[in-house]
Each structure stands twice: as structure tokens, then as C-alpha cells.
Design a protein. Structure first.
Length: 373
């Protein structure tokens, strides 16, 4: 950790180099900053309400990292119009900051108009953030229709378990087929072009076709607006991003077991609690921790939380482990054998699990966030 006098010297260099501070887009104006002790005080004017992020470059603006985190004041979600102040605490975020080409960027985030998108922003690499879809992907063969589940906790299951119906008829993954009139949500790996495939030979699933290559009726209804996370991205999300260990936990939502993943910028809503981790005693074994009603979950979702239900797996036409396991495909495979998934079993999480490709797993799609979006 740098000493206070050293940090003051570096911040003084920044003041000399960077007047005025670089603002991005017309919504932000009158940007300036000053050193206040060991912090940077940034002021700006915002023309209309939006989300605000602040970025740092150490190479004169050629490249930028992820949004700064150690911010207080008028940065984050739902910033109102007017004269604004942001305080950045460098020593809370990094061990040192040294260089002659340090540049900031204040970015008003464009709120996506894509249908079916959740508000939370999640880092899946050191330079990429995504937003998740509103629910697991579903397919109805008789109408060749793709859609997202209405609620994050919804899943098809089998003939007895699950929350998805066509009129009064229960949908059932076990009836998967090219003419089936119900919904399914457990797919063999990479079956975006043949979602009804249920053969047991891994060799039949050799090529990956992203499910997002299809129009999703309540997700923009255009192809390629979404995508499937890679093995490395699932791993980064769960294990490597800032505060990763405190950003997920087993839970039950509206009576459905599964996994909660919290966004990078997280504030716990009033009236809710959250305990992180996947191996401690949890709701699956009788604890009341992370047990959310539909109303409580509405507040968690509004704050950006994602829920992956333990929707089971399909082996051929047999649906197994409903309520005790959830397998969420990645786009990555092992050469010649198997593919990777985020796998949750009895409250224990395996973010990069190698699975047979023929196993029917769930799909939760994401869309990329561009800097300034």
C-alpha cells in the first residue's frame, strides 16, 4: 500500500496533467476535479437522468479498464440531472497509481432498450461486462418459438414438477421432440439449430450453434442480440472479478432452489438479507438464509440480482435432479469430448464443470455492454 504522502504527490501530478477532465457524450459538461487529501473530487453537470460510470486510463486514453469502484456521491445508478460531485478513493481500489499519462472518463450510461434484459452489470473478464436475460431460455417446437421465462425462478421440469404451462397443460422436458406442443428448457450442448435433439451420443453434438442465433420473441425478436457465456467467462464471474466470493450464494426464490449472483455494483435492498457462499448450510437443508418471497425477490431483481433455478438435467427423455441440481451451458467444449457448464448440485457450485454434451442443460443468455452504454 502506498503511503499517504506518496499518493498526494501522484495526485498532484494528475491535476497538472489533466485539466480539464475528459467528459464523454453531450449529457455531461463542466467537468473538473481537485485533490482533497488522499482523494479525487470530481464535479460535473448532467443534463438528464441516467446511470454514471467513471473510467481510468494510464496510457493517455488509448485504453480503459473496468469502471472505478471506490466511488461515493453521484456515480452509479439513477443519477438525477444537475450539478454533481463524485469522490474517488484510489487507495481503496489499487496499491499504486503511477504514470505521466493518467486520464479519466466520465460516461453517462445508455440504458438498453433491448427487451427481456435485467438491469445488473456483471464483469466476465477484465475488460467486458454483460447483462443477463430475464429468465431461462425456452423453446416450443410446434410453433418454432423461442422465448425467455417470465420470471427468473420459472423452469419447465417434467410432467410433475415445474412452473410452465400451455393453457392448463403442464409442459414437460421429457416430451422433447420436433412436434411437441409444450415448452422445453433443457437442451443438448450447442443445439441452437436443433433444440429438440435428445440423442445420447456426444458425437451428435460436435459443432456449437448458439441458441441466440435465433430470434427470441420477448428478447428483441432478432437473431444474435444475445449470446452464451464461455467457460472462462463463467469462471471469471464466479471466481475472479472484484469481490467475487461475496457476489453469489445459494438461495430459494418463491419456493424454488437455485443460485443468486449479484452484480458488480451492488447495494442490498431494504428488508432483504444475503449470505454469500455455496457450501454453508442453506435453504436446501433447512436454513432460512437467502429465502425470498416473490415480493422480496422483486426488490433484489430491481437492484440487479440474477437467479439461476435448480431446474434439473435431462438424460435422453428422462429428467433428473429437479430442485437439487442446475446445469447452465457455456459455449466452450473440450476437444473431442464433453463441454463446460456452470453446475450447481445440492448447494455446491462448480463454475467450470465438464459435462457430456448430450445432457440436457439450461441456457441463460447475456448481452454485452459497450463502454458508454
Amino acid at each position: 500500500m502506498l503511503s499517504v504522502p506518496t499518493m498526494r504527490k501522484i495526485l498532484t501530478m494528475m491535476l497538472v496533467l489533466l485539466l480539464p477532465l475528459w467528459a464523454c457524450a453531450l449529457k455531461v459538461s463542466n467537468v473538473a476535479f481537485e485533490q482533497v487529501g488522499d482523494q479525487v473530487r470530481i464535479t460535473y453537470r448532467l443534463d438528464s437522468p441516467t446511470d454514471i460510470q467513471v473510467f481510468l486510463s494510464t496510457d493517455g486514453g488509448t485504453t480503459y479498464g473496468q469502471p472505478l469502484k471506490a466511488l461515493t456521491g453521484d456515480a452509479g445508478k439513477n443519477i438525477s440531472a444537475g450539478e454533481k460531485i463524485v469522490i474517488w478513493s484510489p487507495l481503496d481500489e489499487m496499491d499504486q497509481l503511477i504514470g505521466d499519462d493518467i486520464v479519466f472518463k466520465v460516461v453517462p450510461a445508455k440504458r438498453s432498450t433491448l427487451k427481456g434484459i435485467l438491469s445488473g452489470r456483471f464483469s466476465v473478464s477484465s475488460s467486458r461486462q454483460v447483462q443477463f436475460s430475464q429468465g431461462n431460455l425456452q423453446y416450443r417446437a410446434s410453433t418454432k418459438t423461442w422465448r425467455f421465462a417470465e420470471h427468473q425462478w420459472d423452469y419447465v421440469g417434467d410432467r410433475a414438477n415445474g412452473t410452465v404451462f400451455v393453457e392448463s397443460t403442464k409442459s414437460n422436458n421429457g416430451q422433447i421432440g420436433s412436434k411437441y406442443g409444450g415448452w422445453i428448457d433443457l437442451f443438448g450442448w450447442g443445439t441452437g439449430n436443433q433444440p429438440f435433439k435428445f440423442g445420447l451420443n456426444d458425437s451428435d453434438y460436435a459443432a456449437f450453434v448458439d441458441w441466440a442465433s435465433n430470434p427470441i420473441s420477448n428478447g428483441g425478436n432478432m437473431p444474435n442480440q444475445w449470446r452464451t457465456l464461455s467457460k472462462d467467462e463463467w469462471g471469471y464471474l464466479i471466481k475472479k472479478r472484484a469481490n467475487a466470493k461475496s457476489r453469489y450464494g445459494v438461495a430459494a426464490v418463491n419456493g424454488i432452489s437455485g443460485l443468486v449472483i449479484l452484480p458488480d455494483d451492488w447495494t442490498l435492498p431494504a428488508g432483504c438479507d444475503f449470505t454469500s457462499g455455496s457450501k454453508s448450510v442453506n435453504v436446501w437443508t433447512g436454513s432460512s438464509k437467502n429465502n425470498y418471497t416473490a415480493d422480496q425477490w422483486a426488490a433484489m431483481e430491481e437492484a440487479g440480482a440474477v437467479f439461476l433455478p435448480a431446474s434439473g438435467c435431462r438424460n435422453g427423455i428422462t429428467v433428473e435432479n429437479i430442485g437439487t441440481a442446475g446445469s447452465y451451458w457455456s459455449s466452450s467444449s473440450m476437444m473431442g469430448n464433453g463441454a463446460y457448464a456452470l453446475y450447481l448440485y445440492m448447494g455446491i457450485l462448480y463454475p467450470q464443470y465438464l459435462s457430456p454434451r448430450n445432457i440436457g442443460g439450461a441456457v441463460r443468455l447475456v448481452t454485452d455492454i459497450k463502454v458508454g452504454q
